[in-house]
Design a protein around this ligand. Structure first.
Ligand SMILES: *[C@@H]1O[C@H](CO)[C@@H](O)[C@H](O)[C@H]1NC(C)=O
Ligand SMILES: *[C@@H]1O[C@H](CO)[C@@H](O)[C@H](O)[C@H]1NC(C)=O
Ligand SMILES: *[C@@H]1O[C@H](CO)[C@@H](O)[C@H](O)[C@H]1NC(C)=O
Ligand SMILES: *[C@@H]1O[C@H](CO)[C@@H](O)[C@H](O)[C@H]1NC(C)=O
Ligand SMILES: *[C@@H]1O[C@H](CO)[C@@H](O)[C@H](O)[C@H]1NC(C)=O
Ligand SMILES: *[C@@H]1O[C@H](CO)[C@@H](O)[C@H](O)[C@H]1NC(C)=O
Length: 357
């Protein structure tokens, strides 16, 4: 070890000195002759490696090699089989007459740069340099949080991603109706948002390595609108149901009124049942006093809407009208006169005949 220490120090000194001479001369200076520069200093193709992978660096040796080293920029990684680097990811793969290879495991961004294999032969030094390019998969670093806005607001969604090469970022709305809302930018600007543009927005960051995808939920609040109520006809003593449907975000609360008087669930013979966008007012046994004008009001924090429904009486069908089937209830009177017309005529003819005598 001691002997190596001296030798090492000498070699380090010699290497640094030769490096100075070889690399730190102004780039424009011609290196002796054309032939020499080609054979002595070789530049290999760039090596592209993904973050976390292992890269192998290899350079040719030769018969008269006295010293050889792999360097990361100006620091020595390996001098012959002696490891100078303290980095545990760096290790020796092969060192023989033909080849000197090392590997770097779990490559990271900071490993990007130039690596040089310096070879001393009995005659002259020679180098091989290779540029390592590290690629990093895209990662969305900053993303808008799920948001709730009121209809008409100007909305901006943001998504920024890191990666190498620089990832391209796009936005799109994942709603089934789609509405073709998309952007090829970190920012998605939606002026005066409408309820149709509520939904899940997807940010995608892509580069040559891979893709990262995240979503943001955008909720658009709006005041209720109610479906125009349809009047309901019920026979006395039967069950009657009034229905009210509202479209609102957030979901509407319902109130029922009889003229100006509020009706509450649990009133005698009445049940009010809300199920999401629908409210039902049920009369278990409609009485004469129940017939009238009812108003359903749907309310959320952005507003209210109402519709009126009349509960009206249907007269119990008689046995004769029942025989005539549906439609008989409304047309009962005309139908009755209709069926009796021939008999009436007959009676009048008979009377006239009698009066002649
Ligand atoms: C190697 O990569 C460097 C740095 O990105 C670049 O300047 C050079 O042109 C590349 N060389 C080749 C041969 O691709
Ligand atoms: C190469 O040098 C850079 C800059 O000094 C350093 O950050 C990186 O860890 C080194 N990589 C290896 C494999 O030695
Ligand atoms: C939305 O943006 C438009 C145009 O920039 C502006 O005129 C309007 O006042 C903004 N609306 C809101 C609610 O901020
Ligand atoms: C409905 O109410 C009337 C009058 O109060 C009563 O006579 C009748 O039995 C009730 N019908 C039912 C099905 O409860
Ligand atoms: C029912 O009441 C509402 C509100 O009070 C009113 O606007 C509507 O005209 C009434 N409908 C009928 C048929 O009387
Ligand atoms: C129903 O809506 C109308 C306007 O659309 C409003 O004038 C009226 O006050 C509302 N009625 C109730 C009971 O809220």
């Amino acid at each position: 070890m001691r002997a190596f220490g001296h030798l090492g120090a000498w070699w380090r000194c010699a290497t640094l000195l030769s490096l100075r001479l070889m690399f730190f001369l102004p780039a424009g200076l011609p290196v002796r002759s054309q032939g020499d520069s080609q054979s002595d200093n070789k530049v290999m193709d760039n090596v592209t490696v993904r973050q976390g992978e292992t890269v192998f660096l290899s350079c040719a040796q030769g018969d008269f090699v006295t010293h050889t080293a792999w360097l990361n920029r100006s620091s020595i990684l390996y001098a012959g089989e002696d490891k100078w680097s303290v980095d545990p990811r760096v290790s020796l793969v092969t060192l023989n007459q033909e080849e000197f290879s090392i590997k770097i495991e779990n490559v990271d961004m900071t490993d990007e740069g130039q690596y040089i294999c310096a070879v001393q032969t009995s005659s002259k030094p020679r180098t091989t340099s290779v540029h390592i390019i590290v690629q990093v998969p895209p990662k969305i670093m900053s993303l808008s949080k799920d948001i709730v806005v009121n209809e008409g607001s100007n909305v901006t969604l943001m998504c920024s991603a890191s990666g190498k090469p620089e990832p391209s970022v796009t936005w799109k709305l994942l709603s089934p109706s789609g509405h073709g809302l998309s952007s090829d930018d970190e920012y998605l600007e939606i002026p005066a948002i409408t309820r149709q543009r509520a939904g899940m927005y997807e940010c995608t960051a892509v580069n040559e390595v891979s893709t990262d995808v995240q979503t943001v939920e955008l909720t658009v609040n709006y005041a209720p609108s109610v479906v125009e109520g349809k009047d309901v006809g019920v026979t006395l003593g039967q069950r009657g149901v009034l229905q009210c449907e509202a479209d609102a975000v957030p979901q509407a609360d319902f109130e029922w009124y009889r003229d100006d008087r509020r009706i509450f669930n649990g009133f005698d013979g009445i049940e009010i049942e809300d199920d999401g966008a629908l409210s039902k007012l049920t009369f278990f046994n409609v009485s004469e006093a129940d017939y009238g004008n009812y108003t359903c009001v749907a309310i959320n924090k952005l507003g209210a809407a109402n519709t009126s429904i009349v509960l009206y009486e249907i007269i119990e069908p008689t046995s004769s009208t029942l025989l005539q089937g549906p439609g008989a209830v409304q047309d009962g009177n005309s139908a009755t006169t209709g069926t009796h017309t021939p008999a009436c005529l007959l009676l009048m003819v008979a009377l006239q005949l009698l009066m002649r005598f």
